[in-house]
Design a protein around this ligand. Structure first.
Ligand SMILES: Nc1nc2c(ncn2[C@@H]2O[C@H](COP(=O)(O)OP(=O)(O)O)[C@@H](O)[C@H]2O)c(=O)[nH]1
Ligand SMILES: [Mg+2]
Length: 313
């Protein structure tokens, strides 16, 4: 086995970081190494944490990580930051806050920018989850800001998804607009030290009564004060309850299948796009077809036939 995959399996942080970088850059080495590690994946439990900016997701993740470490579990964290176009440099604040964990070998933190959301990031996130899983992490936490469809799609890789809200600001209404209601497995009303908590919880509960799409399980609403480490243990227990529920009802396997389906489609999509738009001969062809479409010499459908016909023959 090539060094990098073998070292990832040993949990070596530098090799994990290197392979993630290769995956982000879709280098040929990434594909060969990803093939090697796949047989060793599937053990990590993936938790997605989404919600508006400033709701306390990173603070929650920090406290949850400390709790999981107390339980002897290894934790991988993927923080997706839409504000920075570059990975690595993003989420400096989060990184500083995480310093207590930075020296802990049982914790691996990676920030990613949303650069290339239309092409790059989505499949890179699947890779990063697989890499952290293969490296022996028991829990993988994925933080995204739940604002757009792309972020909602990313969070679909999670086994359990937490939607974090804060009292006031009519957050629950925003949530529905963003289509997040359907992906929430557990609602967390953080900043419960602020006023309006009861109202926020009541509002959410009534929305759940109307919109909850799982007949067998009512989506729970928890309150936390992440900054004061309050409600963390209860949250971790509720995630465990959800995991047990998924396993008992065979929904767990179905969820995983969905993730692999999405991953496979994403890899194929990305490769096809690269083939059509990056390969030198095709690129010229695409450019000239665009010119022809502009001049009404060809219509867009016939142009697509001309490109795809070469692949699908
Ligand atoms: N009052 C209060 N502030 C909190 C709580 N949890 C987090 N914060 C603060 O809210 C701000 C945003 O937190 P952060 O975790 O970065 O939010 P994120 O953008 O969702 O990741 C920070 O200043 C935190 O210290 C809480 O329970 N109560
Ligand atoms: Mg954050």
């Amino acid at each position: 086995m090539n060094d990098i995959a073998a070292k990832v399996l040993e949990g070596d942080p530098r090799s994990i970081a290197r392979l993630i970088t290769h995956a982000e850059n879709t280098s040929p080495l990434a594909a060969s190494q990803m093939k090697k590690i796949h047989p060793y994946t599937g053990k990590a439990y993936v938790i997605g944490i989404t919600g508006v900016m400033g709701s306390g997701k990173s603070t929650l993740i920090y406290e949850m990580t400390k709790e999981y470490r107390r339980q002897g579990l290894k934790v991988g964290i993927i923080a997706i930051d839409p504000t920075s176009p570059f990975s690595g440099g993003a989420l400096l604040g989060d990184r500083i806050r995480m310093t207590e964990l930075a020296t802990d070998n049982g914790v691996f933190i990676r920030s990613m920018g949303t650069r290339g959301m239309l092409g790059g990031l989505a499949s890179a996130v699947y890779d990063v989850v697989e890499i952290l899983d293969a490296s022996g992490k028991d829990i993988v936490l994925v933080e995204t800001v739940g604002v757009g469809q792309a972020e909602v799609d990313v969070i679909k890789i999670a086994d359990t998804t937490l939607v974090v809200l804060v009292p006031g600001l009519g957050d629950s209404i925003q949530t529905i607009k963003a289509g997040i209601m359907e992906i929430a497995d557990i609602y967390v009303v953080n900043k419960a030290d602020r006023s309006g908590v009861e109202q926020a919880v009541a509002e959410l509960e009534s929305l759940i009564d109307i919109a909850c799409n799982d007949k067998d399980r009512k989506t729970p609403v928890l309150t936390t004060i992440a900054k004061q480490k309050k409600g963390i243990l209860e949250l971790v227990k509720e995630i465990e309850n959800h995991k047990n529920y998924l396993k008992k009802t065979n929904r767990f396997q179905a969820k995983r299948r969905k993730r692999y389906e999405a991953e496979l489609v994403e890899i194929i999509r990305k490769r096809l796009m690269n083939f059509i738009f990056d390969e030198s001969t095709f690129k010229g062809k695409v450019e000239s077809l665009i010119d022809q479409i502009s001049k009404k010499e060809v219509d867009p459908y016939s142009a697509a036939d001309e490109i795809l016909g070469k692949i699908l023959k």
